[in-house]
Design a protein around this ligand. Structure first.
Ligand code: F6P
Length: 466
C-alpha cells in the first residue's frame, strides 16, 4: 500500500514496455503482455490511494509502430514512435554495444572499444532518443508526479527532465551492474561525464546491490568530484513467490515435466544440471558448457548418470556478436554430445526456443542449477529455482552475480572464469547429501523472496517521496 500522500501520478519510463504488438497476416494487431519485476511492481499501485500510473516506453518493432499510428494502446501505456534509425543507433549501437559492454566488462580490450566517428554519430542518436523520452515525460506528468526512469538506455533522461520540469520527483534505477571506475573511464571523458550527470539529475539513483551502488558513487567522485546531493539507494529485487508457486503447478508445466523427463532418459535416476538464460554474452554459457565437459572428463563416473539441460533463449539477435555467441553455444553443445553421447544418453539437452512453462518444469526437476554469469545485475533465475524446486536444488552461483550478496552463503560459489573450479563445483553440488541440499534450498528460497517485486517497487516510490 502506498500511503501518507495525496493521490498522485506515477510515471515509469523504460525502453521495453509491458506490452508489444505484432501485425498479423489479416492486418490485425495482436498484443503480447510481458512479465518481469516492473510489471508486477507497477500492478501493486493501489487504486484505493487514487494513484494513477503511466508507463512510457519505446515502440520496438513494426507492430508497435503500427499500434501507435492506429492509436491502439493499453490503458496506462504510452508508446513513443521514435525514428527507427535513431532508435536502432541508441539501442543497438550505444545501449547494447557500449553501455552493456562497459557495465558487464565484456570488451576484448586489445582491439575494442575504439570510439571513432561511428560512435559519435550513434551517441547523437542516444541523446536524441533520451530527449524524446524526457519531452514525453515532461508533457505527460502532472504537478508533483513521481517519475521512475529505468536502466542504461535512459541514463540521460533524469538530467534532461529535471531541466524541463524541476517540480518532478525523479528516480533512476539501474538493473545492470555498474562498472568499476577504471573500466568506466574507457568511455570518452565527455560521454562518461554526461552519463553520470544524466543519472545525477534524479533525486535518487538506485541499484540492485550495494556493490553496484558503490561503484557508481566512486565513478561520480573520481570523474565529477561527488554525487551532487543525489541520494543513492539499494533495492534487491526478489522473486515473486506466490506467482511462481502457483504458475509452476499448472497443467502446461506438468506436461513439460513429462517431456523433459523423457529427453533426460534413464530410469529416473539421472541427475540434472539446469541452466536457463537469455543468450546473453554476460551469462557465460560457453564456459558453463566447458565446465560440464570437464566434469565428464575428470569424473567419468558421471557419464550416463547426469544430463545438462541448457535453455539458451534468443536475445538481441540484431547484433552479430550475439548471433556468433549463440552459434558457439550450439556448436559446443553438439561437440559434447558427439564426443560423449551414447545410445540412450544425450549429455546436453539444449533448447533455444523461449518457453516459460518449460523453464519452470526444469526449475522443478533440477538437482543443480548453474548460474555462472561473468557479471550480472541480480540474476533472477538464481532466486526463482529454489522457490519452485520440487526436492531441493543445489545452486552453483557466480560470485559476480548481484544475487551472490543475498544467496552466496547457501550456494556453491564459483569464479565464472575458472572452468576447472566450476567443474569441481558441479561435482560438489551433484554429490551434496539430500538433507543438506534441502536445508540450503529452504534458506535460499527465504532469502530469494525477501523483497517481492511489489514491495521492491513501492519501497522505491516511498524513498523517492521521503
Ligand atoms: O537484465 C537487465 C536488463 O537491463 C533489464 O532491466 C532489461 O529488461 C533488459 O536487461 C534489457 O533487455 P532487452 O535488450 O532484451 O530489452
Amino acid at each position: 500500500m502506498v500511503s501518507e500522500h495525496a493521490a498522485a501520478q506515477i510515471l515509469v519510463a523504460s525502453n521495453r514496455g509491458p506490452v508489444t504488438y505484432a501485425l498479423e497476416e489479416n492486418g490485425e494487431l495482436s498484443a503480447k503482455r510481458g512479465g518481469g519485476g516492473l510489471v508486477s511492481g507497477l500492478s501493486a499501485i493501489g487504486d484505493s490511494d487514487g494513484d494513477t500510473a503511466l508507463w512510457v516506453c519505446a515502440a520496438l518493432g513494426d507492430g508497435d509502430r503500427e499500434a501507435v499510428r492506429r492509436g491502439v494502446g493499453e490503458p496506462g501505456v504510452r508508446m513513443l514512435d521514435i525514428d527507427p534509425r535513431v532508435h536502432a543507433d541508441a539501442y543497438n549501437g550505444i545501449a547494447n554495444s557500449v553501455l552493456w559492454f562497459v557495465h558487464h566488462m565484456l570488451y576484448q580490450t586489445p582491439l575494442e572499444p575504439a570510439f571513432g566517428p561511428e560512435f559519435r554519430a550513434q551517441w547523437a542518436s542516444y541523446e536524441a532518443y533520451n530527449r524524446a523520452f524526457a519531452e514525453a515525460l515532461a508533457q505527460s506528468a502532472g504537478a508533483d508526479a513521481a517519475v521512475l526512469v529505468q536502466d542504461y538506455h535512459l541514463a540521460l533522461v533524469p538530467g534532461m527532465l529535471r531541466e524541463l520540469r524541476p517540480d518532478l520527483r525523479i528516480g533512476h534505477f539501474s538493473h545492470t551492474p555498474w562498472a568499476p571506475v577504471d573500466y568506466f573511464r574507457m568511455l570518452p571523458d565527455d560521454v562518461a561525464e554526461q552519463l553520470l550527470r544524466g543519472i545525477l539529475g534524479a533525486d535518487r539513483a538506485a541499484f540492485l546491490t550495494g556493490r553496484w551502488a558503490d561503484a557508481f558513487t566512486e565513478c561520480c567522485v573520481r570523474v565529477l568530484g561527488g554525487t551532487s546531493g543525489t541520494r543513492i539507494g539499494v533495492h534487491g529485487l526478489g522473486a515473486d513467490a506466490d506467482f511462481l508457486r502457483e504458475r509452476s503447478r499448472r497443467a502446461d508445466v506438468e506436461e513439460r515435466l513429462v517431456a523433459l523427463r523423457e529427453q533426460i532418459g534413464g530410469s529416473g535416476d539421472r541427475k540434472v544440471i539446469v541452466r536457463v538464460d537469455r543468450t546473453e554474452l554476460s551469462k557465460n554459457i560457453v564456459r558453463g558448457l566447458l565446465a560440464y565437459r570437464e566434469l565428464l572428463e575428470s569424473h567419468p563416473e558421471w557419464r550416463e548418470r547426469v544430463v545438462h539441460v541448457a535453455f539458451a533463449y534468443p536475445s538481441r539477435q540484431d547484433l552479430a556478436v550475439y548471433r556468433d555467441y549463440t552459434a558457439e553455444v550450439q556448436r559446443l553443445a553438439d561437440e559434447i554430445n558427439s564426443a560423449y553421447g551414447v545410445e540412450g544418453w544425450t549429455p546436453v539437452v539444449l533448447h533455444v526456443k523461449d518457453d516459460f512453462a518449460r523453464s519452470l518444469a526444469a526449475y522443478r526437476l533440477a538437482d543443480v542449477a548453474l548460474v555462472n554469469p561473468i557479471r550480472d545485475g541480480m540474476n533472477l533465475v538464481a532466486k526463482e529455482v529454489p522457490v519452485v524446486s520440487d526436492e531441493g536444488c543445489v545452486l552453483v552461483l557466480s560470485r559476480e552475480a548481484g544475487a551472490y550478496e543475498e544467496l552466496g552463503e547457501d550456494a556453491v560459489v564459483v569464479n565464472p572464469y575458472d572452468v576447472m573450479g566450476t567443474a569441481t563445483a558441479l561435482h560438489t553440488a551433484l554429490t551434496m547429501p539430500q538433507e543438506e541440499r534441502a536445508e540450503r534450498t529452504k534458506r535460499l528460497a527465504a532469502a530469494a523472496t525477501a523483497l517481492p517485486p511489489s514491495q521492491w517497487f513501492l519501497d522505491q516510490l516511498r524513498a523517492l517521496r521521503a
